[in-house]
Design a protein around this ligand. Structure first.
Ligand code: SAM
Ligand code: SF4
Length: 324
């Protein structure tokens, strides 16, 4: 088996694959998207099978399916099945808004999905609607319960921290880790192109930690290898609470991933403007060219992204295309 090592000695074993830029939600923090993007091309199931067979030979062992909303793909179960057949891929995970999960969790599990991360920023119906544009809270809760029932464990709940919008939910969402076998992760809001939402609503993980510590004692604990979150436990609980801090403390030194879009652009970093396209190589089923292009995307991986601050113009180009 080959391996992908970048200029800074980091071994790349993980691909985040955005299977579609389309989404049924319109989250306030993810809106760098235009209607034109929805018409962009998407790899077929067969293309995906070919691409990940090649990636497996280069040392990729983990794939995260993301989007847009990955469960909008009619062939999402077949995609998981195709990835499951790749011998080298040991972990297939999915990041979803959870809206369709209740109906798909069983088939996804059967197809070989290991785990799910579900985005949930509030437990209040009206706030949910104002963040996502959709009345979907009860369906998402149903998706979480069904994923637990199907054993897609450990389930991670991803909550984007937004000052003035969901500070009031931080404690209740953290408490989910007391009541359910879930890992709750608070994510610092990142800036996307064409929006000043980030400037108005950014909240550091320390503020969320303070809110939780106002009621509970938090002890530092470890996550699994390659994790980007820092983990804590509420004393006496089995669950974990994590903080993902791309803004206040970036984790580039441990980065082991590249990102591939539905249209075959490989981005070496979420903040990269540079990409390598494998679309033609995959469509032609050209294995050696596909390998060469994946290697090239690793070669151009930057050491780190720059500091994100008030003056930074270098925001994320298109969250849905890149998969977050
Ligand atoms: N639609 C799926 C979902 O929402 O889980 C998958 C795609 S979404 C782009 C992946 C993750 O990125 C979600 O957890 C979402 O909350 C997060 N995300 C999107 N925009 C963000 C932003 N501006 N800052 C921080 N996280 C963001
Ligand atoms: Fe859709 Fe996920 Fe972006 Fe929300 S965060 S708009 S659910 S892709």
């Amino acid at each position: 088996m080959g391996s992908l090592i970048d200029k800074f000695g980091r071994k790349i074993t993980y691909i985040r694959f955005s299977v579609t830029p389309r989404c049924n939600f319109n989250c306030v923090y993810c809106n760098s998207h235009t209607p034109e993007d929805d018409k962009s091309e998407e790899f077929t199931t067969e293309d995906i099978e070919f691409l990940f067979n090649v990636a497996g030979k280069l040392g990729i062992t983990k794939v995260r399916l993301t989007g847009g909303e990955p469960l909008l793909r009619k062939d999402i179960v077949q995609i998981v099945e195709a990835l499951h057949k790749v011998r080298e891929i040991k972990e297939i995970v999915l990041t979803t808004n959870g809206y369709f999960l209740k109906f798909l969790a069983k088939d996804l599990k059967k197809a070989g999905l290991n785990r799910v991360n579900i985005s949930l920023d509030t437990l209040r119906e009206d706030v949910f609607k104002s963040i996502t544009g959709v009345n979907g809270l009860s369906l998402v809760k149903g998706g979480i319960k069904e994923s637990i029932a199907q054993g897609l464990l450990p389930i991670k709940i991803n909550t984007v921290l937004m000052k003035g919008i969901n500070e009031g939910d931080v404690l209740r969402i953290a408490e989910l880790s007391l009541d359910y076998p879930v890992i709750v992760r608070f994510i610092e809001l990142m800036p996307v192109k064409g929006s000043d939402f980030w400037r108005k609503h950014y909240m550091s993980f320390n503020e969320a930690k303070k809110i939780i510590r106002s009621k509970y004692e938090l002890n530092f604990t470890t996550g699994s290898a390659g994790e980007v979150a820092t983990y804590y436990k509420i004393v006496g609980s089995d669950g974990k609470i994590g903080f993902i801090t791309p803004v206040s403390q970036h984790f580039c030194a441990q980065c082991n991933r590249i990102r591939i879009t539905a249209a075959g652009k490989i981005y070496p970093c979420l903040f990269s403007k540079e990409y390598v396209s494998v679309w033609d190589a995959v469509k032609k089923r050209d294995e050696s060219l596909t390998k060469e292009l994946i290697r090239k995307s690793v070669e151009i991986k930057p050491k780190e992204h720059g500091p994100i601050d008030e003056n930074d113009q270098d925001f994320i180009n298109n969250m849905r295309e890149l998969g977050g």
